[in-house]
Design a protein around this ligand. Structure first.
Ligand SMILES: [Mg+2]
Length: 291
């Protein structure tokens, strides 16, 4: 019983911490300073819950406290959860920044296990699909990979820039890209390596520009990628939407006799626009939108 109470207290502290502002991300020490006392958190949560229950009409006698539908989790940002769902399902489009109130939520999602688990489910499906393919034996099957937030992660940059709540700054983002330090997204790399073992050739197709080729290659190699067939970068100065540019490049692949058996990216603009590929896979990305 004592253990259960202790676990509940810890949970409440974590829930309360998730609503802290962005300064809580700067390091473990500053995060500790942001935490209110457990006693305060418990009392405040209990008080809020009492108010909510008494003022809201009940539609069911049973009222969950914990879990994704619970009253406590609402305090942890469930409205942001709904916002994220709308983003991932392409119901929400053309947004420029993450809502300021969701910085804590998106930060927890990205840095915690949730993002990785969601990515794993996507990649598990992609691997299972790839294993069912009957290849022609002529080496023409290719799989298109996006790079940013698909093959490499820019999370170190976004963790220092409000997790998408601040307007995109091309200058500082490109400075980060030129460091060539973006870490791998391990789930995607698992798919990449699996495809090579099956005889399917990976093709990188990215919105990064041609002048970033050398650093992009270095970054990919440093992070354990090798054996790709092509790295397609956007010509400098090209004025085209992501959908037009990427679908055009896929069309060229197809015209050259390649069969695009799969296509994976974090943006809808990676996977929309014919020819999309025989099957598409959408990785999660609540940090930014590219139309
Ligand atoms: Mg991307």
């Amino acid at each position: 019983m004592a253990m259960a109470t202790a676990k509940l207290l810890l949970l409440m502290v974590l829930v309360a911490a998730s609503s802290c502002d962005g300064s809580a991300w700067r390091g473990p020490l500053s995060r500790l300073r942001m935490l209110p006392t457990a006693q305060y958190v418990v009392e405040a949560a209990a008080e809020r819950l009492k108010e909510d229950v008494s003022s809201a009409p009940l539609i069911h006698a049973l009222h969950p406290l914990l879990g994704s539908a619970g009253d406590f989790s609402r305090r942890a940002g469930v409205p942001c959860d709904s916002w994220r769902l709308a983003v991932e399902t392409y119901n929400k489009r053309d947004w420029t920044t993450v809502p300021a109130s969701c910085e804590g939520y998106v930060g927890h999602y990205m840095l915690g296990g949730h993002y990785r688990r969601d990515s794993r489910v996507v990649v598990d499906e992609a691997v299972a699909y790839a294993e069912t393919l009957n290849l022609g034996g002529n080496g023409k099957e290719v799989w298109v990979f996006d790079i940013d937030e698909t093959s490499l992660s820019n999370l170190p940059y976004y963790a220092n820039h409000g997790f998408g709540t601040k307007p995109y700054n091309a200058t500082s983002f490109n400075e980060y890209v030129l460091e060539g330090s973006a870490p791998v997204l391990p789930e995607t790399q698992r798919l990449f390596k699996k495809l090579i073992s099956l005889g399917i050739k990976p093709v990188f197709l990215t919105g990064r520009t041609e002048d970033q080729r050398a650093i992009t290659v270095a970054n990919l190699r440093r992070q354990g990628y090798s054996g790709w067939m092509k790295l397609l970068l956007k010509p400098v100065g090209l004025k085209a939407t992501a959908i037009a540019y990427k679908s055009g490049e896929r069309q060229k692949l197809q015209d050259a006799g390649f069969v695009i058996v799969g296509n994976i990216g974090d943006q809808w603009s990676d996977i929309l626009g014919a020819p999309e590929g025989a099957r598409t896979f959408k990785l999660p990305d609540p940090l930014y939108y590219i139309g």
